[in-house]
Design a protein around this ligand. Structure first.
Ligand code: NAD
Length: 481
């Protein structure tokens, strides 16, 4: 039986399977109450150096461990996380702000991901096999990988990097966002009793830690999820040591709703997704293009559905969909976007606003009615519960508008005519495109962005390969004897 963690204590960073305290500590804020949460370590450069040293040392034996043994340990780890899931879910709601039901979904997904990762082997590929020679592609691990995690989805996005890094034979250092260090530290604590020392370590720090990691000559690869501007800084920093990197960055997904949809069937899903996690997910419908023939009807139904079903409140309140904005920095960004409603003269279908007198960072959902295509709410990722709906009339025109931005993470087409929808879907430049859905992800399906939404892919065997080198192996059968 796996031991139970205590979510109220953070004795140190997780280095070489030990708690390593730091001289200074810091805390994050519960976004629903504005109150401080627990004290966590602030890693120093020497803590990173120590973690890298241990990761490099343990890489030798971990990379030589069989796939079956790695798989067993990852499954044991998933069981240990599951044994602690109730506490982790509550902690996730406390630190991130998301509704408890969504925290439960996140943990369920992370467990599914880990268990599926445990079955995914990057096998050698035979390119040519003749009497003379066999040529393979083989995929040795890179070495020490860093998992740099954002604040919106810290459990799944953290373990979504750790699992593939470990299964491909790398050691890994996870760095949570300073806004959400708690669950990731606990996930590292749980790993202490499962993996050999130095294989999976967690460092919590302040804003210096990310750049130290990307610059560190002992780190071989960075798997980063976060914003586009930070992603560019990570790429520039990795270039100094020619580190490998995978970047999962921001998105501003178009959802294209055709004139033949049955509004009552697709609208609940589109609307719920648009406001999920208070809009703080990289890959949600953030620009909803509705065919002009059904625009008014769709708009009215969307407003109605939002008023009746999308409740704003603290994550522990029943039936809440829109929890607080995760942190004060993002709260200001989102409030600034809402302030444009008056400044830019956008028409609202639903007026949202900051919740009066609340101590937390609450914004109520807003729906912007057919704003100009060049307006900020269309061209910028708001990362808050505010979404524009726009009219369209021709397939070609809406595809061009959907593809017009520098982002290309996800996109969707909604129609009863699957032939037409798939034809449109195939013209959308995004890393994930759905017909009659949005935001579907799976551990065996590669996930990533086109254009500025990212470099490389995560998950799926393709994502696993980003944690490996490709080695062409030529075996000549004439042995010169
Ligand atoms: P962020 O870029 O501010 O931070 C992400 C992580 O990088 C944090 O751990 C942060 O501490 C660290 N970091 C900050 N500066 C760094 C630097 N110079 N070098 C190295 N690390 C550094 O992003 P965020 O605000 O935490 O997350 C929100 C953004 O992430 C949104 O734009 C969202 O769309 C995007 N996102 C993308 C995906 C995806 O998979 N494509 C998923 C979730 C979120």
């Amino acid at each position: 039986m796996a031991s139970r963690i205590n979510i109220e204590t953070y004795p140190g960073n997780i280095i070489n399977n030990e708690f390593v305290p730091t001289p200074t500590t810091r805390h994050s804020i519960d976004p629903a109450t504005g109150k401080p949460l627990y004290e966590v370590p602030v890693a120093r450069k020497e803590d990173l150096d120590a973690a890298v040293k241990h990761a490099r040392a343990s890489f030798k034996s971990w990379s030589a461990t069989s796939f079956e043994d790695r798989s067993k340990l990852l499954l044991a780890y998933a069981d240990a996380v599951e044994a602690n899931r109730t506490d982790i879910e509550r902690l996730q709601t406390m630190e991130q702000g998301k509704p408890l039901s969504l925290a439960q979904t996140e943990v369920s997904m992370a467990l599914t991901w880990l268990r599926q990762f445990a079955t995914m082997e990057v096998k050698s590929e035979v390119i040519e096999d003749t009497e003379e020679r066999t040529i393979y592609s083989t995929f040795p691990p890179l070495g020490v990988c860093a998992a740099i995690v954002p604040w919106n989805w810290p459990i799944l996005l953290g373990l979504g990097k750790v699992g593939p890094a470990l299964m491909t034979g790398n050691t890994v250092i996870m760095k949570p966002s300073p806004y959400t260090p708690y669950c990731d530290l606990k996930l590292g604590e749980i790993a202490m009793s499962i993996f050999p020392p130095g294989v999976f370590q967690v460092l919590s720090g302040d804003d210096s830690l990310g750049p130290w990691i990307t610059e560190h000559p002992g780190v071989d690869m960075v798997s980063f999820t976060g914003s586009i501007p930070t992603g560019k800084r990570v790429a520039a920093s990795c270039a100094k040591t020619l580190k490998r990197y995978v970047l999962e960055l921001g998105g501003n997904d178009a959802a294209i709703v055709c004139d033949d949809v049955e509004i009552s069937k697709c609208l609940p899903k589109i609307t719920t997704l648009a406001f999920l996690n208070s809009g703080q997910i990289c890959m949600l419908p953030k620009r909803i293009y509705v065919h002009e023939k059904i625009y008014d009807q769709f708009k009215d139904a969307m407003v109605d559905f939002t008023k009746n079903n999308i409740k704003t409140g603290g994550g522990f309140e029943a039936d809440v969909v829109v929890g607080p904005i995760q942190n004060s920095m993002q709260f200001e960004v989102v409030k600034d976007m809402y302030s444009q409603i008056d400044k830019a003269g956008w028409k609202t279908a639903l007026d949202g606003k900051a919740r009066d007198g609340a101590e937390g960072y609450f914004m109520e959902p807003a729906i912007i009615d057919n704003p100009p295509e060049a307006s900020r709410i269309v061209v910028e990722e708001p990362f808050g519960p505010i979404v524009p709906i726009m009219k369209w009339s021709s397939d070609d025109d809406v595809i061009e508008r959907a593809n017009a931005l520098e982002t290309g993470l996800g996109a969707s087409v909604w129609s009863r005519d699957l032939f037409r929808a798939e034809k449109m879907a195939r013209q959308l430049s995004a890393g994930s495109v759905w017909v009659n859905s949005h935001f579907d992800v799976a551990p065996n399906v590669p996930f990533g962005g086109h254009k500025e939404s990212g470099v490389g892919m995560e998950w799926g065997i393709e994502g696993f390969k980003h944690f490996t080198n490709t080695r062409s192996l030529w075996v000549w059968k004439k042995t010169f004897d």
